[in-house]
Design a binder for this molecule. Structure first.
Ligand SMILES: Cc1cc2nc3c(=O)[nH]c(=O)nc-3n(C[C@H](O)[C@H](O)[C@H](O)COP(=O)(O)OP(=O)(O)OC[C@H]3O[C@@H](n4cnc5c(N)ncnc54)[C@H](O)[C@@H]3O)c2cc1C
Length: 261
């Protein structure tokens, strides 16, 4: 059985103009509550993805270009990356993208891809999961197509595997989709990764699904992060402790959900 549909707490808002001048690797910037990504594309274009807080949806609807430009300037790194570029396409927007697991099997049927399971695009996992579980569904169903009972057992087992493999990433995605401001803990995490020889590789491994989020942010890693953050000069310790407490509660809820079934 699939888990219940759990909604992302705050689906983001996106605008994606392509800009010529796509030098450099894909990169992401976070400033306060803003999140921006630059993806190099074919033909020297760069796809710019903005995920501002949802309450700016109306502002984007009323003045897409103005709001897009204003949002880019809020992220100096992104602004520098696309400085001198011209807009090559119109700005495309999407709002209200709730995440879900749908019950995805029945007698002789099983929907692959977004039809059965969707995550907020903030972690860019949808294509990977649609392809992976589409292939696995085909592999599970092909040998038993002529046997309805075995076919239903195979698709039920496929659905269970999809939910099992995707659930932690689903929770991680929902956490990132909240569009909360960058916290001191997050900043410490990013700075400590930047200082390591392997850089952000451990985080990229989570995006690549080589490593689970819980394997990156182990209780020991979180305790170290908290201790380091609290020793930063001028840090608001009460705010840091509040964030840590909220995150600990969030993680406990997630662990509880992951233990189900
Ligand atoms: C704004 C946004 C940004 C995203 N960014 C990323 C990203 O950066 N990276 C990533 O991995 N994923 C991203 N995703 C998610 C990704 O697009 C999906 O997870 C993926 O495309 C799912 O593939 P799919 O084949 O299930 O569905 P789709 O790609 O949606 O394909 C379904 C197709 O079926 C067609 N269709 C629907 N109904 C019918 C019908 N009745 N008859 C015939 N055809 C029909 C549709 O027109 C569509 O072409 C994003 C999603 C959104 C909404």
């Amino acid at each position: 059985m699939a888990g219940p549909a759990l909604e992302a707490t705050r689906p983001g808002r996106r605008s994606r103009p392509k800009q010529p001048g796509g030098c450099g690797p894909a990169a992401m910037w976070r400033t306060d509550r803003e999140l921006g990504t630059a993806f190099p594309c074919d033909g020297g274009l760069t796809l710019v993805l903005l995920m501002p807080p949802r309450e700016r949806a109306d502002a984007f609807r009323l003045d897409p270009e103005g709001e897009y430009d204003r949002t880019v300037t809020l992220m100096p790194g992104l602004a520098a990356r696309i400085a001198g570029c011209t807009r090559a396409t119109r700005i495309v927007q999407a709002t209200d993208l709730p995440s879900y697991f749908r019950h995805s099997t029945g007698p002789g049927w099983a929907p692959a891809g977004d039809a059965g399971h969707f995550k907020d695009p903030v972690t860019a996992q949808g294509i990977r999961d649609a392809l992976r579980f589409g292939r696995l569904l085909g592999e599970a169903a092909a040998p038993v197509l002529g046997n309805p009972e075995r076919l239903d057992a195979a698709t039920a087992s496929w659905e269970h595997r999809r939910d099992h493999e995707c659930r932690e990433t689903y929770h991680w995605t929902n956490t990132l989709a909240r569009s909360t401001a960058v916290t001191a803990l997050e900043e410490t995490l990013m700075r400590s990764m930047a200082a390591r020889p392997e850089g952000s590789r451990p985080l990229l491994d989570v995006y690549s699904r080589i490593r689970r989020p819980s394997q990156l942010l182990t209780p020991t890693a979180l305790a170290t992060l908290l201790a380091r953050t609290l020793t930063h000069p001028g840090v608001n310790r009460a705010a840091v402790l509040r964030t840590a407490l909220t995150e600990a509660r969030n993680q406990r809820t997630i662990r509880h959900d992951l233990r189900r079934r």
